[in-house]
Design a protein around this ligand. Structure first.
Ligand code: ZN
Length: 78
């Protein structure tokens, strides 16, 4: 397992997500952003909008995924 924080994934807080793959932590971050915004946390709105934009424009967002996968690959195992 590896850990990536909300901040490392483009968000505003230090909540840690654990996963076996980069996709795991990206999905966890997506859920976290949705929940935070639903709970009225305005600090997470820009990151939520960015994430929504990525699902809509997957080709344009490949660079971001590549960066996240690279960052994840370079993390030490927990
Ligand atoms: Zn957060």
């Amino acid at each position: 397992m590896k850990t990536m924080t909300c901040r490392q994934l483009g968000g505003p807080c230090d909540l840690a997500h654990q996963g076996e793959t980069a996709d795991d932590v990206i999905n966890a971050q997506d859920r976290h952003l949705k929940e935070a915004v639903k709970a009225g946390d305005e600090a997470h709105i820009p990151a939520r909008e960015d994430m929504k934009g990525r699902w809509k424009h997957p080709v344009k967002s490949m660079g971001w995924y590549r960066d996240m996968k690279k960052a994840f690959a370079e993390l030490p195992e927990d």
